[in-house]
Design a protein around this ligand. Structure first.
Ligand code: COA
Length: 151
């Protein structure tokens, strides 16, 4: 087995003071969608002990990566996997995903899943580099407040 890759990031759990910078990072990365309220998403993820937002800082202390990780008791999931556009291809994405995997593994999860838009080939390549494999499934979704479907 290969030795684990030395992480290029310092990982921490989001704190109140981080929230504006995290939302700005998500907006710069195109991860903030009009139908999601990022502040509310962060607040929900911080509410229970089965979800979290992890942050990655580089050697200068700059916020460069984030991931929202959580589980439903069966599978681990990640959302908002983001690396600052000025800091891509430095293994920061790999490192923040490793932090999410560690977090979920420590909570007993055996498998991690994530959703990527079908036409986002570059991100498919990223996840495949990390050892994720595509699964033939169709995802169904429904807004529980009765809203019309979003894309
Ligand atoms: C996807 C994303 C997190 C990758 O971050 P990153 O820090 O640049 O990725 P890393 O440097 O850790 O790359 C890890 C591996 O993925 C590959 N990879 C990363 N981005 C890639 C791209 N755009 N196209 C092809 N391969 C890519 C790297 O080449 C590397 O492969 P290797 O180790 O086999 O050489 C980043 O591009 C991003 O934030 N994108 C916008 C937000 C987004 O779409 N997130 C995913 C939501 S589902």
């Amino acid at each position: 087995m290969n030795a684990p890759l030395a992480t290029p990031l310092t990982i921490s759990t989001i704190e109140d003071a981080d929230i504006p910078a995290v939302i700005a990072l998500w907006q710069r990365c195109g991860s903030a969608r009009p139908w999601n309220d990022p502040a509310a998403d962060i607040a929900r993820a911080r509410k229970g002990d089965n979800s979290t937002v992890l942050l990655g800082r580089d050697a200068k202390g700059a916020l460069v990566a984030s991931v929202m990780a959580g589980h439903d008791g069966h599978r681990g999931w990640v959302y908002y996997v983001t690396v600052d556009p000025d800091h891509r291809f430095k293994n920061y994405g790999r490192a923040i995903m490793a932090a999410a995997e560690d977090w979920l593994r420590a909570r007993g999860m055996e498998k991690m899943q994530l959703m990527v838009r079908a036409d986002n080939a570059q991100v498919h390549a990223f996840y495949q580099s990390l050892g994720y494999f595509p699964q033939e499934r169709v995802t169904f979704a429904k807004w529980l407040d009765g809203r019309d479907p979003t894309p």
